[in-house]
Design a protein around this ligand. Sequence first.
Ligand code: ADP
Length: 465
Amino acid sequence: MPDVTKTDVSRLGLGAQISVLFAIGGLLVSILLGGATLLLTRGQLLDTRGSAAAAMAVSNATRLSNQLTPESSIEDLPTVVDSLTRIEGSQRIIRVGDDWLVAPELDRADLPAPLVERLGDRRPGQMLATVRGQPRFVVGIPLTAFDADYYTISDLSDVEQTLDDLRYVLLGTGAIAVTLAALLGSWASRRMLRPLRRVREAAEAIAGGRLDTRLGVQADPDLDRLSDSFNEMARALESRIQRDARFASDVSHELRSPLTTLMAGVGVLESRKEELSPRSMIALDLLVADLERFNRLVNDLLEISGFDAGVAAVDLTEVDIARFLEVTATNADVVDLRMPDDARGVLLQADKRRLARVMSNLLDNAGRYGGGASAIILEMDNTLRIIVEDDGAGIPAAERSAVFERFFRGSAGGRRTGDGGTGLGLNLVVEDLRLHGGRVWVEDRPDGRPGARFVLELPLPEVDA
Ligand code: ADP
């Protein structure tokens, strides 16, 4: 069934998502605060400047009005104007009749048309406008006693400069705020995901066979419920696996006594084999072979149920590994035994019975499927590796992990029943090695010749410096 929860878009992990959310939150807050600060400051600055400019314009227009007479012409104005108050960066434009007195850098066309129109109706006005590319505040006051208007144009570029500076500061603090928010998010996510990591580690431990793994108290009511449910599930799983293992073990035990009786009965028959007819002899041979296989199967099942129930005990003793391999090779008629010189005298903490069973399983398999083991090799560096090679057909790459599963009969094993195999031998090797903290795998022979090469890896004892 396709996994509907996954999309093709590569997705961020939970931790990264939380960090991104915090960063987005930081960005939004920065934009909001920055925008509000800019708007308020701009309004405040323009208000102050606007009121100052308007107050000065009103006072100057009144003074101008007082000094003008109906006979005054545009020529008289410069003298009058010089006596008016001026603030830095402000210019004036004055209309008297059809004549205009304009500040040197300006033109009457620079006046915003709506304001001129307003003054045409003899109403004062003020507005923000861009004059010659600069932001300006323009105030216009009609001199009611005359056919004249008074305009002041104040430069606002210093206000814009202040706002620009403020923009840079806000941008900088915004960037810092976003970074801090992302860091906070990553810290918070790590904190929040810590309990999940514990659950994952516990689940991995259970999957790895440590069925008694439980989660501790989480110091949080919500998480406590999670760990309670998890522990409940782990307990149920453990008791179920133990029940299954006990069942397999009970069945195997129950089978043992009738099997012993059968074996004894067949033994009697075998001792009087010559009295049997040829057909009965063949039937007896088949019976003996199957009984032996059955007996091995029951013994292997008993061992495996011990592993499953977690009661398989290791009886660790010091094993002189070089000596052990020499004896093994001699018993199995393997002539080619290779080991480094410094392997002599190396003592391994191991369960000798289990180690012997591992070797005998591998050597039996080599005999059954590879025409006998061609070499036993010991290698030592950080770990210790015992290698069993044969000259058979080898194991196809596709079956190299499956051969270690229970009841797997590979293409070499075929579906034959007469080869004495139970399909449990390599699984017992895996379990025995796991008890020793080791592992096993199968690989190609390095010399490129066909054949299986089983590698057993065991940790070396720590050497005191
Ligand atoms: P069994 O030998 O009882 O079938 P094992 O677990 O020992 O069970 O082996 C599983 C399968 O792995 C065998 O059926 C066989 O196909 C394959 N196998 C094991 N050892 C070898 C080998 N040395 N060469 C080729 N195939 C092998």
